[in-house]
Each structure stands twice: as structure tokens, then as C-alpha cells.
Design a protein around this ligand. Structure first.
Ligand SMILES: [Fe+2]
Length: 283
């Protein structure tokens, strides 16, 4: 039972993500479950150590605690499995959306994997600020707004003209509008909206430095690395070393210098393991 209680407490600790709470905070039932569990346990201990123990009452409270902890742990595994399935469905949907764009094919999955890789390398003080499940959805969905950008612009072989750029720059806002109808994603919308912000305040919405959510700053680094190392219709791909040099150059102006410093400590093999198998990326 101790193991169940630990698993349940871990569940409550990790339940503040898009799949369970959104802007509504931790689900009420999680707290009710914990209160019930504590009630049964305290009741059992109280009766068990009393001068004249009531064995029937102690038994009822003990098995009540066992039942509640088993029910909660079962719920934990069901929710965990639901989260896995939901992520798989979202990945498939993104794959279908990206398949229409030769410049984007595999990019979102790559940014998702790179972002989670960088997340794992963050110090505990920064990790604590990020809910990994919500963050993974944001990284995967960061370019979902390109669904609203015409294919003629997405697949244009050359550079975009100013007018086309203005349309392309709408994609974070389009993503916001797409996700607006899903309260589940309330928490992550800003991280997606601001993934093209720059530390010097010269990004799409002019948000400077630490005003940009840390999740968006991480996605921006991984988005940049992925775009540089990926072949696109208007440019050839660059190597890992070339990408590192470019990222170093724009750290502090475009990208968050502290996060870039952490990104650059990640071994090349780890970053390359984030590439989707089917896509043509540089070494
Ligand atoms: Fe983007």
C-alpha cells in the first residue's frame, strides 16, 4: 500500500498538465481521493493504537484505505495510458498536416524531440517551472497554425516576398485561434504564440527577454536548430557544427543565451537521435 500511496502522490504532483487541468488547476477528484485516503489511514491508526481497539472498525478503515489507494492507482495508470494514446494521435495528426508541406515534413516531431531533450538537460530550478506533458504538446503543435497558410507560400521554392512573409507570420496567431476551442490547451497557447519572439524584442510580437515564456524560448532554440539542419526548398541543410556556430552567433539577440549555453552542452549524438527516421537531415 505504501507503494500505491507513493505512486498516487506522484500522480497528483505530475497532474498539472494539459491532459488534466488546463487553466482549471488540479482536478478536484484527485484532492478528494487523497483526503479520503488520509482519512481512512488516520482512522485506522487511531483505532489500532487506541487502548481498546475495535477490530471491526480497524478492519473497515484498513480495507477502506487499501480500496481507495488501489482505485486511485488504477486511475493513475488509466490516465497515463490515455495521455500516451492522446500524444500518439496528436503526432499522427501533425504528420498528416505536415505531409502537404515538403519544407515542414518531420520538423514538428523533430522540434518536439529536441525540446524534450533540452528539457531533460535543464537544471532542476528551471525544470520545476515546466510541466513536461504540456510542454511536449506545445513543442509538437508549435507550427500547427501553418495549416492556415496557403500551400503556394509553404512550398515556394525561393525566398518569400514581404507580402508572403506577412501571411507566413500569421501562423502563431492562427494556431491560437485553432486551439481556442480546446480549453485543454489554454495553458500552452502563449508558448505557441510566442515561439518566434526574440530576446532583443524584435520578434513577431515584440516581447523582450524574460517576458517570453521559458517554454517558448526553448522551442525557439530547437525550432532554429531543426530548421538549419533540415533541407528545404529554398535552402540546403547545414551540418550539426554549422548549426551550433549559427546558434552561438544569435544567442543573446535572437535566442536566450543561458538556454543556448545548455543546448550546446548536449552531445551531438543525442541531438541527432531526435531526427525522424524518414526525413533528410544533415549530420
Ligand atoms: Fe513557427
Amino acid at each position: 500500500m505504501i507503494g500505491n500511496i507513493i505512486a498516487y502522490i506522484r500522480f497528483i504532483h505530475t497532474s498539472t498538465d494539459v491532459m488534466l487541468s488546463g487553466k482549471h488547476g488540479e482536478p478536484l477528484w484527485a484532492k478528494i481521493g487523497l483526503v479520503l485516503l488520509v482519512f481512512f489511514l488516520v482512522g485506522y491508526l487511531g483505532v489500532a493504537i487506541a487502548g481498546k481497539p475495535d477490530y471491526l472498525m480497524a478492519g473497515i478503515l484498513f480495507f477502506g484505505a487499501v480500496f481507495v489507494s488501489l482505485a486511485l492507482v488504477l486511475m493513475y495508470y488509466l490516465v497515463d495510458s490515455l495521455k500516451d494514446r492522446s500524444m500518439e494521435i496528436t503526432e499522427t495528426l501533425i504528420g498528416v498536416i505536415e505531409a502537404r508541406d515538403s519544407n515542414l515534413n518531420g520538423h514538428s516531431r523533430n522540434v518536439q524531440e529536441l525540446s524534450m531533450c533540452l528539457y531533460r538537460h535543464l537544471p532542476a530550478s528551471l525544470k520545476d517551472k515546466i510541466s513536461p506533458v504540456s510542454f511536449e504538446y506545445a513543442a509538437l503543435l508549435h507550427d500547427v497554425g501553418k495549416l492556415g497558410v496557403p500551400e503556394s507560400i509553404l512550398n515556394k521554392p525561393g525566398k518569400l516576398n514581404p507580402e508572403e512573409w506577412n501571411v507566413m507570420k500569421q501562423h502563431p496567431k492562427i494556431a491560437m485561434d485553432l486551439l481556442k476551442s480546446l480549453p485543454l490547451f489554454d495553458e500552452i497557447r502563449d508558448w505557441i504564440l510566442y515561439h518566434h519572439e526574440r530576446i532583443d524584442g524584435k520578434g513577431y510580437y515584440g516581447l523582450p527577454g524574460k517576458d517570453i515564456p521559458i517554454q517558448a524560448r526553448i522551442i525557439a532554440i530547437c525550432d532554429t536548430y531543426s530548421a538549419i539542419t533540415m533541407r528545404r526548398s529554398y535552402k540546403d541543410m547545414k551540418t550539426h557544427e554549422e548549426a551550433k556556430n549559427i546558434i552561438k552567433e544569435i544567442a543573446g539577440s535572437q535566442l536566450d543565451a543561458d538556454l543556448v549555453a545548455i543546448f550546446l552542452t548536449i552531445p551531438k549524438e543525442e541531438l541527432q537521435a531526435c531526427k525522424p527516421q524518414t526525413i533528410d537531415f544533415a549530420n
